[in-house]
Design a protein around this ligand. Structure first.
Ligand SMILES: [Zn+2]
Length: 393
């Protein structure tokens, strides 16, 4: 029987002098109170944060981490309270933690109003551009067509330079497409102290619930396809996006995975006809790189995207945003590395490159890669056997 108890209490909202809105709760855990907060920029003057639903998913993650029963004394919606046990099961399974955690919400609130807007997070990567194309450029359905872009600061980007770059780019795109622009900051990362990739869906989608006064739809760009979806222990919460998002939806807002019917390569091909895409794509996860291009060209995400673009014969078009010289130096090794990968997106990139004649048979690369790793292991064994002081190269 689990005796530990976490209480989520004292939901507060306020309008700051600069017009930003702030929402906060206290997390009472192990005799201490910790504040968790969000700050929202871009809401119209007459719109407010309407419930404490945004705090539900992050606080549930924290309760799972500490294996504490959790009581939400704050006003979360009836839908969220109703789905609490299922969400605990899914999150707990993915994180390899207690999936039968007891969750209580003794005072849920009813929400009947739904705003007409639609919003999506925008980071200028392949998934974001695909979402913009599918849900704005090619969508004419009121209530479904995007009305706002969103940039979250909930742990995805660690460097200040990268954060500013993503925000600046999103503002430019929002202005160009005549969309509203919302940005949200939070201390969630400091409070959770959990791996981002294992928790990103819960973090990013929680923000949607701060925006129910302007939006009844929230699109979360998918990483994986429906085919790869499932609930199992994993390094990436995205595998269960199509299952988690309906469970995090309420009467006020529908959360939806967008792009799950397309593979990564298919989405990359789909965005090629967006005007000026070759000058604006930003996929890089090497946030500290010092080059002049916005993408370093050599991190795993840059390489996967460049190889895919190369297979489509479109890499030259992206010369303004990728360090292609650096990619050229890294390319062969990268192809070797992904030849033995079990990740669906890397398998797809390798197969695509092979079909385009950019890579030899997988077995050839795997044999080479195995050889390289064997030499590295041998070097490491020899080095560790040397007396101290002689271990440096
Ligand atoms: Zn990169």
């Amino acid at each position: 029987m689990n005796e530990k108890l976490m209480i989520i209490k004292e939901f507060r909202t306020r309008k700051n002098e600069d017009g930003t809105r702030r929402a906060s709760c206290l997390i009472q855990n192990d005799g201490h109170d910790t504040e968790i907060w969000f700050e929202v920029s871009g809401l119209p003057q007459n719109k407010e944060i309407e419930s404490a639903d945004a705090f539900f998913a992050p606080c549930l993650l924290l309760a799972l981490k500490f294996n504490s029963q959790v009581v939400f004394e704050v006003p979360i919606s009836k839908c969220m309270a109703y789905q609490a046990a299922d969400l605990a099961y899914v999150f707990g399974t993915q994180l390899g933690l207690n999936r039968r955690l007891k969750v209580e919400a003794p005072h849920p609130i009813a929400v009947h109003r739904r705003a007409n807007g639609a919003i999506t997070g925008f980071s200028a990567g392949v998934d974001s551009w695909f979402s913009l194309k599918q849900n704005f450029i090619e969508c004419n359905l009121p209530g479904k067509k995007l009305t706002h872009l969103l940039v979250n600061d909930v742990g995805a980007n660690s460097g200040k330079k990268k954060k500013q770059q993503v925000l600046r780019q999103a503002h430019v795109i929002a202005k160009e497409f005549k969309l509203g622009m919302i940005s949200v900051n939070s201390n969630m990362s400091e409070v959770l102290q959990m791996d981002f990739q294992k928790t990103h869906t819960a973090r990013n989608t929680s923000v949607a619930h701060l925006l129910t006064s302007i939006s009844g739809m929230f699109y979360y760009s998918s990483t994986d396809t429906y085919d790869d979806s499932g609930v199992f222990p994993t390094y990436d919460m995205a595998y269960a996006d199509t299952i988690i998002l309906p469970l995090l939806s309420t009467d006020a807002i529908t959360l939806r995975s967008t792009g799950s019917a397309y593979s990564r390569a298919e989405k990359t091909r789909e965005i090629l006809d967006i005007p000026q895409i070759g000058e604006r794509l930003d996929v890089c996860v090497h946030h500290g790189h010092a080059g002049t291009k916005i993408n370093c060209g050599v991190c795993w995400k840059c390489c996967r995207t460049e190889l895919t673009l190369e297979a489509f014969g479109a890499l030259d078009k992206f010369e303004p945003v990728f360090d292609l010289e650096a990619y050229g130096r890294r390319r062969s090794r990268y192809i070797q590395e992904i030849s033995a990968s079990r990740k669906p997106t890397e398998r797809e990139a390798f197969d695509l490159a092979r079909q385009a004649g950019l890579a030899g048979p997988a077995l050839f690369h795997q044999a080479q890669w195995t050889g390289i790793r064997a030499v590295r292991r041998l070097k490491s064994v020899v080095k560790s056997a040397l007396p101290r002081g002689q271990q440096r190269r």
